[in-house]
Unconditional design. Structure first.
Length: 117
């Protein structure tokens, strides 16, 4: 990866767990960062079951499989630019909240969806 370190994707309770992230997903977020042109802060990557419970994640969370990332985003103009970059690199499962954007590449879930929190 050009813009990220594996540690940025670690579950807080297991150092080195960012290595469990899906390579395709990491390449896609790295490419989106290139297009966006500014740093992107990862707020959640890989999650252990314990950490997923702690943050209120669902039992079927794609974070548990290393297939999901949440990135910080609070400004509407940044949200627009980040979303465009994510779509351009091929993300088709996107969740939008007021403080973050979720993306995942979980093929076991509905495709071509954008939802809000």
């Amino acid at each position: 990866m050009k813009y990220f370190e594996y540690e940025e994707f670690d579950s807080p309770d297991i150092q080195g767990s960012g290595q469990l992230m899906d390579t395709k997903l990491l390449n896609m977020i790295d490419e989106a960062r290139e297009i966006y042109g500014k740093p992107i802060r990862v707020t959640s990557g890989y999650r252990t079951e314990a950490h997923n419970r702690k943050v209120g994640g669902v039992d079927s969370s794609s974070h548990l499989k290393g297939l999901a990332i949440d990135v910080a985003c609070v400004r509407s103009d940044d949200r627009f630019k980040i979303l465009n970059a994510l779509l351009e690199v091929g993300f088709n499962r996107i969740g939008v909240a007021s403080t973050f954007i979720h993306v995942d590449i979980d093929k076991d879930k509905s495709q071509n969806v954008i939802w809000t929190y």
